[in-house]
Design a protein around this ligand. Sequence first.
Ligand code: G6P
Ligand code: ZN
Length: 543
Amino acid sequence: MTNTTVETRPIEGQKPGTSGLRKKTDVFMTPGYLENYVQSIFEGVGGIAGKTLVVGGDGRYFNDSAIQTILKMASAAGAKKLIVGQNGLLSTPAASNIIRRRGAFGGLILSASHNPGGLHGDFGLKFNMANGGPANEAVTSAIFEHTRTITVYRIAQAPDVDLSVIGTTAIGGSEIEIIDPVSDYVDLMETLFDFPAIAAMFASGFTMRFDAMHAATGPYAKAILEGRLGAPVGTVVNAVPLPDFGGGHPDPNPIYAKELYDLMASADAPDMGAASDGDGDRNIVIGRGAVVTPSDSLAMIAANAHLAKGYTKGLAGVARSMPTSGAVDRVAAKLGIDCYETPTGWKFFGNLLDAGKVTLCGEESAGTGSDHVREKDGVWAVLMWLNIQAVRKETIAAIQSGHWAEFGRTFYTRHDYEAVDLDAANGLMANLRRRFGDMPGQTVGPLEISAADDFAYTDPVDGSVTTGQGIRIFFKGGERLVFRLSGTGTQGATIRVYLEKFEPDASRHRLDAQEALADVIAAADSLAGIGERTGRTAPDVIT
Ligand code: G6P
Ligand code: ZN
């Protein structure tokens, strides 16, 4: 076996965002692009000689050939062993589990999450560390620094590995083990949830539709829901992962999972609807006629998690990202546990989970998870909701109403303006940053501003400080408005506007969120000049 050293030079723009490096697939496929980044990962983590790495992705276009390159480069870098999902497939939470369970040094996860796939779609690559979670800020910056100074990469001259055959092979001195991507994950879920109780619920006629969106969760959901829990065949739809996700956009939001939302609002709705995203870490849960917002899902899981066998001891604490609504804070206060507010990005939960400060975490961006892995976990959240219903013997709509009656409802919506001109988006944020200091005391329509800041976070475990995470504007009546730019887009800028309002009055709990938040929506436009600066008259996506 020979290893080749290839001369290269730095490529602009290889700075990882909220979740690794995301680019257009054809950019990733330019000669040297992937290679430069992979070599920079290996250097940024301090070398991988003698180490074991997990490799897998969501099956999108370029997944398989990118994996071949990674395996050959890892061999040239002296890796001891590479553990790879069969056919290159591993959902993000399953990869996290395998890193932890097998004591690996880390893993390379190939995904652009909920972004569309295909040659003209998106591709992504991120490094997860030994705890199973996304690389922290220090490692991420070390990787980026290396992309700016790289001069060579190394790759083994070897034939491709057949990724379809479970078993062990080798490239040079590196052992390659191809594993079933699903079985370890199913075992883990069985330790957390009461499979017999959920199976009994399906046996007594409970109905469900799980939309895997032709992405990574298909095989997992089929094995668990239809295989282990006895749900009828056909419960999981779009279950076969496809390189282009069937031409769809694998994001379980009301626009891209419209069919599911429409079904759940119709007379034919099953008891529960659920969907996950490209790499299986996001989830959305919908009851018959009752959409559960991700922020509410986090709060409701916090209030009910003790009903599932993996969580009977209760929660050590909870964490949410800053733009996520304050609904979970109210549950934490009642339970007498700590609630942490972190910047957007699952990596910020890692230290809190590792230190045992929190058991449960969640984000408004359809992410919920716990200390069982170090990623958010779509199938986990769906099983949690099934377990809660099996124990409470109540519908999702009833659990939701009961929760609001007990804790009050936090109305919540997010308005996204996608592919906005970069300068316009940066100008909008810069303008808010200049003005927020003067905002307290000002009124906007019927609302009076009580406080405003640019969110900064000091990690309570390692003391690291992260600044500039979004402009928060608080109003006297308990409303909140947040502006930030997405860190996961690949085209122009995406402006995210997060709006919420606490409502204690139960007679108003079934109002439509857009109506209930009308004053806050108007305040957002008048404070930031969204229409005027971006030329947009309406958001592209409302969640
Ligand atoms: C990914 C990350 C999440 C994050 C989400 C939205 O899914 O794993 O932690 O909340 O992206 O990020 P963005 O920067 O686009 O708002
Ligand atoms: Zn994802």
